[in-house]
Every structure is written in C-alpha cells, then in structure tokens.
Write a protein that binds this ligand. Structure first.
Ligand code: FEC
Length: 307
C-alpha cells in the first residue's frame, strides 16, 4: 500500500490523428457512428487547424506543471494521472492504473472549471464506476473551480491590459462559453448559471461597465434541438451592423485550453464573420499551462485534501 495520493485530471480528450476521428466522434455520439456529412465536416474543421488539435499536448503540459508544483511543496506525496472521456487513455483506465499503483486516495479534478452534471459530473461517474468493489479507496471530487482567484485574474488581467481599447465606444467584449442543449439546462443543470457568474466576476474584477461587454454562447452542436443562446457569431455581426461596433474582443471564459472550439470556432469562423462585416477581432489568450492555471489546479488539490 502507498501513502501517495493520486490526482486524476479528466477531460474530453481529442483525436491524436485524423484516423482517430471516427472512433472519437462515435464515442461522443454515445457509440453511434456519425452520418458521413457530419464526419466529413468535423474532419475538415480539424484539417483547417492543422490536422489535429493541440489539446492533448496541453493537457499533458498541465499535468506535468501540476506534478512539478506539487513535488516542489510536497515531495513524493502526489502522483498526477490523466484520463479522457472519449479517447485513450480513458478515465476508467487511469483509475485502474491508480489502483495498480496501490494508491488509496484519489482527488478527481475535471479540466473544465464549471460543473455540469451532463459533462464534468459524468467524468466523476466514469471514475467511480471502476471503484465500486474497492471500498478501501477514497474518491474525492472537485465540482467547480472557476472561483479561483488566479483563474479569475488570468482573464481580468488581460482585459485590464486592453482597457484603453475597451474604453473606445466602437469596442465590445464578447464573453463566451460552449453552449449546451436547453433540455439539459431546463432539467436543472447548473452549468449556465456557473458560467455566467464566472463571466460577471471576471468583468467586475477588470472594472468593466455593463455597456462594455455582452455574454454569448459558442460551438453549439449541429442538431435540431434548441441550444443555449444567443450564438456569438450572430451577436458579433449584429453589434457591427446595428450598434456601430468595429472592434470585438473575444474572451472564451468557458474553456481553459486552445482546442478545436477556440482555434476553429473563434479564430476562423468568428473572425471571418466579423471581418465580412468590416470589423476586427482580438482574442484573449487561453490559460493552457500558464502558471496561474497550474496554481488554480494546485489550490483545488489542496482544497480536496482538506475536505
Ligand atoms: O479536439 C479538440 O480540440 C476539441 C475537444 C472538445 C472540447 C469540448 C468541450 C466541450 N464540449 C461540450 C459539450 C458538447 C456537446 C456536444 C459536443 C460535441 C462535440 C464534438 C466534438 C467536441 N464536442 Fe464538445 N468539446 C470538444 C469536442 N460537445 C468533436 C462533436 C462534433 C461537434 O458537434 O462539434 C454534442 C454531443 C452530441 O453530439 O450528442 C453537448 C462542453 C464543453 C466545455 C467543457 C469542457 O471542456 O469539457 C460543455 C474541449
């Protein structure tokens, strides 16, 4: 038996190469293969950002950064593992590795700061299903960690640096996060409320006035159902056409990584939509493995350790 504690970082995962996309997309669609037009469309989005997303490398860098910060303060006490929901190494396999290492305490932390029973809640469920017959193992779960000061300041510092531009009457900040089907929100999921509270805290910390920003949603799925809106492309175009806005500053506060939804949906799709209407886009940097993000993860580990 080991006295070490495991930190299990969990996220969506991303295809490592084009040939992984079919299996990955099939997993996202609950083991149903995507129709060919949807599959082709997803492949073309990955190709447009260079073939694959940098997400796997970034998750790896986050895990290494966290391990280094923990080792510095608590040598030998923690071992960081990574598991994905839709591609290998799967969350369940990471938990099996933890068990094989003889570790009896697991701190489960989603690499997404807003709780959603649909998304991050499901990460925990997948981890815990492996532990059903392991009553001697303690699993402590992080729910939401967007309130962390370092993470709030990661965003608000960038807005403060852009304040001279934001103070211009032709400029608007659009804060965005991944949309979800409204049926999930109507079922009582806290995701939308958490995301909006996060956005309001960021703009308040940066000292923005209500007329300087707006909240919108991005990356809704290609389905018939109603998703949380308004969509950020429509919002941006209306601002330019109807409100004399020329400069949009995009802050995708709902994510912590450069991924397909940032590099394609913001950097290609939103940018083109804005430029078509004669406007200009500036996008805030994503946390990735910035020391502030790593400190936020470490703070969450220490919070769980005290719980
Ligand atoms: O490879 C990459 O860089 C992208 C990885 C990726 C991240 C991500 C984040 C979120 N998603 C959320 C909700 C949904 C819902 C559906 C859905 C569908 C997809 C598809 C791909 C995909 N998601 Fe994702 N998401 C990422 C990738 N997502 C690929 C399938 C093609 C498409 O629709 O674009 C609809 C599922 C369904 O079809 O039934 C719902 C939420 C997040 C933000 C939180 C988080 O990061 O976990 C919410 C990264």
């Amino acid at each position: 038996m080991s006295n070490k504690k495991a930190v299990l970082l969990m996220s969506y995962g991303t295809p490592y190469e084009i040939s992984d996309i079919m299996g990955y997309y099939t997993n996202i669609r609950n083991h149903h293969e995507p129709p060919k037009p949807l599959y082709d469309e997803l492949v073309s989005r990955y190709k447009a950002i260079g073939g694959t997303s940098p997400l796997a490398k970034i998750s790896d860098a986050q895990a290494k950064g966290l391990q280094a910060q923990l080792d510095q303060e608590f040598p030998g006490e923690y071992q960081v593992f990574v598991g994905y929901k839709y591609i290998h190494p799967f969350i369940q396999d990471a938990v099996k590795d933890i068990l094989a290492a003889g570790i009896k305490t697991i701190y489960g932390i989603p690499l997404a700061p807003h709780y959603s029973a649909f998304n991050t809640g499901d990460y925990h469920a997948r981890a815990k299903e492996v532990l059903v017959n392991h009553g001697d193992v303690t699993y402590v779960e992080a729910k939401s960690w967007w309130q962390n000061d370092d993470l709030i300041h990661f965003w608000s510092d960038q807005l403060v640096a852009l304040k001279p531009q934001i103070d211009q009457p032709d400029t608007k900040v659009i804060l965005s996060a991944h949309s979800l089907p409204m049926s999930i929100i109507d079922g009582g999921d806290s995701y939308r409320d958490e995301v909006e509270a996060n956005m309001r805290t960021v703009v308040k910390t940066a000292g923005l006035t209500p007329d300087q920003y707006t909240i919108a949603w991005q990356s809704a799925g290609r389905t018939e159902q109603k998703w949380i809106g308004p969509d950020f492309v429509t919002v941006a175009q209306n601002l330019i056409e109807q409100d004399n806005i020329k400069h949009i500053i995009s802050a995708s506060v709902g994510f912590i990584n450069d991924n397909l939804e940032i590099l394609y949906d913001v950097d290609i799709e939103l940018k083109q939509a804005i430029e078509t209407k004669g406007g200009k886009l500036t996008r805030l940097q994503m946390p990735n493995d910035d020391p502030k993000l790593i400190s936020a993860l470490k703070a969450e580990v220490l919070k769980l350790a005290k719980a």
